[in-house]
Design a protein around this ligand. Structure first.
Ligand code: AMP
Length: 241
């Protein structure tokens, strides 16, 4: 099958140059599907694992759609952990290196809030945040979401597992009625389908299993044991082989 190149996605010269500088040669399968959908204003519910290129799948269109002269918040990405927020921020910074006037800020718990407040007051268009800290900024009045046009829930199942459901709903209630919502998740349990039903408009389902996770030369099998017996069983398997 012919793989569409980045140039077929009709991206602007600035982002194409960044993609070349970073060294991405062709879009990954999830990028091929998700980039055009986000660029044409669609809501997306994507099954995506880490390692599939999911960050650039929403990062490239988020930067492409970002208007540098508008200093209000345009994109909000919610992540389950500070590590992921920092990582997503770094990737988006690289992707925006040739587009002037774009400010990207990760906001997460554990970092002094004053520093974030100062950065926010200078005008940030793309926020990548953990739910707790985003709520904190909303309550302090240091972050307004009424200008947001794109919301991404990255690793949505992880965020729900960590108990962020109420926070996510609270945050989404501060965004305008008219905006795009992209949900990326490895699994789609009923709670995520419920969030999708309530906050997305005619979402397009994109399923992308991380094919590289399995290597054909490696035989895979599992042994079912009770939790307390896990370590002993592992030791016995290691000894056996
Ligand atoms: P992610 O699934 O977003 O965690 O990305 C996994 C890794 O793939 C990251 O190190 C990215 O920099 C890299 N990556 C993303 N898109 C591409 C691409 N089109 N070609 C090669 N590597 C990529």
């Amino acid at each position: 099958m012919e793989i569409p190149s980045f140039s077929e996605l009709q991206l602007s010269p600035g982002i194409m140059k960044a993609i070349r500088d970073i060294g991405y040669e062709e879009p990954t399968p999830i990028q091929q599907q998700v980039i055009p959908l986000i660029l044409t204003g669609k809501d997306v519910a994507g099954q995506a694992y880490t390692g599939t290129g999911k960050t650039a799948a929403f990062g490239i269109p988020a930067i492409e759609l970002c208007q540098p002269t508008n200093k209000n918040v345009q994109t909000l990405v919610l992540c389950p952990s500070r590590e992921l927020a920092v990582q997503v921020g770094a990737e988006l910074n690289k992707l925006s290196m040739h587009k002037k006037g774009i400010s990207i800020l990760p906001v997460y718990g554990g970092q002094p809030i004053e520093r974030q407040i100062k950065a926010l007051s200078r005008g940030v268009q793309i926020i990548i945040g953990t739910p707790g800290r985003v709520i904190d900024h909303i309550k302090r009045g240091t972050l307004r979401l009424d200008t947001v046009s794109l919301v991404v829930l990255d690793e949505a199942d992880q965020m729900l597992d960590m108990g962020f459901r109420d926070d996510i709903e609270e945050i989404l209630s501060h965004t305008p009625a008219e905006h795009q919502t992209v949900i990326l998740s490895a699994t789609f349990p009923p709670e995520i389908l419920d969030i999708s039903r309530r906050f997305q408009k005619d979402p397009i389902d994109v399923k992308m299993v991380h094919q590289e996770l399995t290597v054909p030369q490696i035989e895979q099998y599992y042994i079912e044991v009770r939790e307390p017996a896990k370590a002993d069983t592992l030791i016995r398997v290691l000894e056996f082989y």
